[in-house]
Design a protein around this ligand. Structure first.
Ligand SMILES: [Mg+2]
Length: 274
């Protein structure tokens, strides 16, 4: 940080952050989840995050055009996830930094009242898929109770091919999307999967350990940027759940225990040269 900006930043802090309007201050608004803070800030503020989203959708567009260049005897389809792939929930994530989550009530309130926002590049990509006459299936683990709100959010943003038959919500207990993928694949030639979590591509990635997930990715290394197009998500998802051994932990202290357990860090030898 250049020095004049440092002075400016300190001045703003001393002035009680009057220049900011994003995070309210005051009693009762302690940071319940500091680990989330930087991840959410990265999504909300970094141009690099934005660039990665464009990069993913540019690749998806190229793959789509390549697929269209080859004949297919079945109707073509794209399967795309919703949260953090098409819809941006970073405002809700910001809420979670400042407040203990009451799930699912808080999330449903967000869906009903929060302003729907798009992930950069998503709308242009989906418009291109639509123009190409390729079917779009929105495959999400939002539950069926959110159907109306989810369709309204996607519709407000002008996204194409919306309808109950194109929105494949989670109906059972498990997080697997395999049955729903198979139902689309039974009658369609799926040219592309787009998502922000490996669970959006195949159950093959649902390993129960960090190493199992990494080795599954290694096995499928040639599929990324080809059949599978991955959006960035540092806030949460399968990568985080595996840290907690797939338990839904609500105790921040317990989460912190596992986070620290898996953190790898350089440790200098006691007599190492400076
Ligand atoms: Mg998602």
């Amino acid at each position: 940080m250049k020095r004049p900006f440092l002075f400016l930043a300190v001045g703003l802090l001393l002035a009680g952050c009057q220049g900011t309007h994003h995070a309210p201050t005051g009693p009762g608004l302690a940071f319940h989840d500091k680990a989330l803070l930087m991840a959410v800030l990265w999504h909300q503020t970094s141009a690099e995050y934005r660039a990665l989203c464009y990069q993913a959708f540019n690749i998806a567009r190229e793959r789509l055009e390549e697929a269209l260049a080859h004949p297919s005897d079945r109707p073509r389809a794209v399967i795309i996830d919703v949260d953090e792939t098409v819809l941006d929930n970073a405002l809700y994530d910001g809420y979670l930094v400042l407040n203990p989550e009451q799930y699912p009530e808080d999330f449903y309130r967000w869906l009903r009242n929060g302003p729907p926002r798009l992930i950069p590049g998503a709308a242009d990509f989906l418009a291109a898929v639509d123009r190409a006459g390729v079917a779009i299936f929105y495959l999400t683990n939002r539950r069926t109770v959110t159907a109306e709100d989810t369709l309204r959010q996607l519709s407000v943003l002008g996204l194409p091919q919306l309808g109950p038959d194109r929105l494949l919500l989670r109906t059972g207990q498990g997080r697997s999307k395999e049955t729903r993928r198979a139902s689309v694949g039974a009658t369609n030639d799926i040219v592309l999967f787009v998502g922000d979590d490996l669970n959006d591509f195949s159950d093959h990635f649902q390993g129960d350990s960090i190493e199992a997930r990494k080795s599954a990715v290694d096995e499928h290394r040639s599929d990324f940027g080809r059949r599978f197009v991955l959006l960035p998500n540092a806030v949460g998802g399968s990568w985080e759940k595996v840290l907690y051994h797939d338990n839904d932990l609500h105790l921040v202290e317990l989460k912190d225990h596992f986070r620290k357990h898996y953190l790898e860090a350089f440790s200098p030898a006691p007599n190492a040269p400076e």
